[in-house]
Design a protein. Sequence first.
Length: 398
Amino acid sequence: MEIFKQPKFDFLGRMMWPFIILSLLLTAAGIVSLAVKGGPRYGIDFTGGALMDVNFIKRPEADQIRAALRQKISSEIEVQTVTNSQEVLISTSARDDSALQIVRADMISTLNSAFNKSEGTKLDLNTAPQSAISERLRDALGKAGVGFSDDQLAALTKAIAAYRDTPPRSGLVTNLDDLSQVPGMTPQILSVIKQEFYPGNFTVRSVEIVGPKIGADLRQQAINVVLIALGAMLVYIAFRFEWIYGVAAVIAVFHDTIITIGLFSLFGKEIDLTVIAALLTLVGYSMNDTIVTFDRIRENLKLGVRGSFTDIVNLSINQTLSRTILTSGLTFLTAISLFIFGGQVLNGFSFALVVGIIVGTYSSIFVASPILVFWRNLAQSRRASDSRPAVMPKAVKR
């Protein structure tokens, strides 16, 4: 399928300079932002800390949550609300692993005291683990005269936890009467549950804890992986084409990576492991796009297409233009859908993809190709000057 029929755009003429200027501005802005902010803003994957996903029945304001946690926790607290949801992502840092475990317990106890109305000795059904539910029911059912074997009790508590944790409840039971839908539930058992439990205002959906040492190791490994990928691609392209093709492609990919990281800094977004995965995806994506153009340049050179090297490169870009627009356009639609509808968890990953696809597509045309043309023209001018015969000085008449 071809979008354009024999296009003849002058990509390496006037069209090139606006994109080069844009790249220089974005690169400079990103580097300045990184310098001012002391580097990228790393997530807990790389710095170490605790990340808690809390789902509320009725979510308090982020400032209220932050203020409540700061009364108990001295380290920096960050609260992010999830769009179109009652969820909140709470993150904090700590100096060592033991402190992180204390911080986790403090976060849960603080949220309980601030946003859960305790009902005496009753247990919060929405935050209680299955083992705690089983333990409380064993004693309560025994006192109520309900005979239950251990296997029957295990099956009942498992069914209660499964009902609570599956959508649309996702960990939140708003009314204990809804438990009548649980398999094996009887009115007598439900009455005991109402006496022993109450539905809290929130549930902790997940807790991630990464120690500072592990975070530092992951950060170094992420940097190494990106550099190894770039180096391996340089060797591959130099072997398949010429070394200058590999250098041009790696410079273009490095340009894409720097601009993407710079935009993360400018917009104050965190870089975590999912963002590194997106960056590696973009390295391969942008490199593949560049190789397609370079391969067409090599084919046209073998066919002996007339014209200067600049004309041949320009022709090759036009010949692959339909393919570039189709592949980049479809990939971009997928990435922008993830960015809009993917939620907070996928925000960094999808943002990196959206930026990288845009920058990577034009860098193959306006960064890698001009470097190739510049080097070829420079090499030709050097050969021409070396082959020019030396001019003998005229004899001076005396």
